[in-house]
Design a protein around this ligand. Structure first.
Ligand code: PHE
Length: 339
């Protein structure tokens, strides 16, 4: 019997408790009424009368030992929890933090600006809510001319003179009104058109327009500048072609195409199996526009171009649906981690 007391004593002394579950196990084994020590008390009757006193004293001592040890474990657990509150465990692996990524439209806009800054362009901005003069009239859109309808404008209901700008050509008017040539400027920004949202069109999108006004600027300068842009934005192998077109504010005007960046001329559904994709419009600034802005067209000439940043970005990364740009799907955005 006393042997058993000895063994239990050793067990109590060697016990380690590091969680509430282990504490409860300790309580069940040594403290509760059905514990091993409780059992020893139960055995009292079977102990010969002359040994009973000594036995009782031993079991009582064991009981005290177990209770002290139990309290010791409780205190230990409490102070352990407190310690970890005061001093976080610096050896634990950190929780992985999620960094934001550069939006592909932002990355493309930045790259665009970088390319043009190196050839002397600056960046200008203007209001998204525009008056008729800056969005249309100064840009040589005649009153009641169908060209105004080409742009599906959102007008203010109460004041048809005010609209959401349909292009950032309006910013170029503001620059020409306020600065003297030479002017070399880029105007990036949001523009608005009343178009149904689809994989290829949106009622809100981003444009990058460029303007160069100086003495003796020619169509050759325009072509060379856009060749340079296409090779810098895409690859040295990228081809550019111009197709005759019409804009009220440029004459002559052209549509700009580049060789398809997706299939490289093999034919795919992005380029509709033609090998070419349109990226924007361009032309020589119409003398009427220069005059509207107080620039003498007999002294100065210039070129302008305009592109959709969404389109440029889609071709850059092979993105097939421009709705992805505004859906904020983290799985899409995370792919541009390295920009
Ligand atoms: N402003 C035109 C558009 O939004 C693009 C353009 C700009 C065309 C400059 C020619 C010259 O469609």
């Amino acid at each position: 019997m006393s042997n058993s007391i000895e063994e239990i004593k050793k067990e109590v002394e060697a016990s380690v408790v590091s969680s509430d579950v282990e504490l409860e196990a300790f309580r069940m084994r040594f403290i509760s009424r059905k514990s091993v020590i409780g059992e020893l008390f139960g055995n009292m009757k079977t102990v010969p009368a002359e040994e009973r006193k000594a036995y009782g004293q031993d079991v009582n001592a064991l009981k005290n030992l177990a209770e002290n040890r139990f309290q010791f474990h409780i205190d230990n657990l409490k102070s352990g929890a407190k310690k970890s509150e005061d001093h976080p465990d610096l050896t634990l692996p950190p929780i992985e933090s999620q960094f934001g990524t550069i939006h592909p439209l932002t990355a493309t806009r930045q790259r665009f600006i970088e390319i043009f800054e190196r050839i002397g362009f600056n960046v200008s901005s203007g209001p998204e809510i525009e008056d008729d003069w800056h969005n249309f009239t100064a840009l040589n859109f005649p009153e009641n001319h169908p060209a105004r309808e080409m742009q599906d404008t959102f007008f203010l209901e109460k004041n048809p003179d005010i609209a959401l700008r349909t292009h950032t050509s309006s910013v170029q008017i503001r620059v020409m009104e306020n600065e003297k040539p030479p002017i070399r400027t880029l105007s990036p920004g949001r523009v608005f058109r009343n178009e149904a949202i689809s994989a290829r069109a949106h009622c809100v999108f981003h444009q990058m327009e460029g303007l160069y006004i100086d003495k003796g600027v020619s169509f050759a300068d325009l072509k060379q500048t856009l060749y340079h842009f296409a090779k810098e934005m895409y690859t040295k192998e990228t081809q550019v072609r111009f197709r005759p077109s019409y804009f009220p504010f440029t004459e002559p005007s052209a549509e700009i195409d580049i060789s398809c960046q997706i299939c490289h001329g093999e034919g795919c559904n992005i380029c509709k199996y033609s090998g070419w994709v349109e990226i924007g419009g361009a032309g020589m600034v119409d003398p009427n526009v220069l005059e509207s802005c107080g620039i003498d067209p007999s002294v100065y000439s210039g070129f302008a171009f305009g592109m959709g940043i969404e389109r440029i970005t889609m071709l850059r990364y092979g993105i097939k649906d421009l709705r992805l740009f505004t859906e904020n799907d983290i799985r899409f955005l995370k792919q541009f981690n390295s920009l």
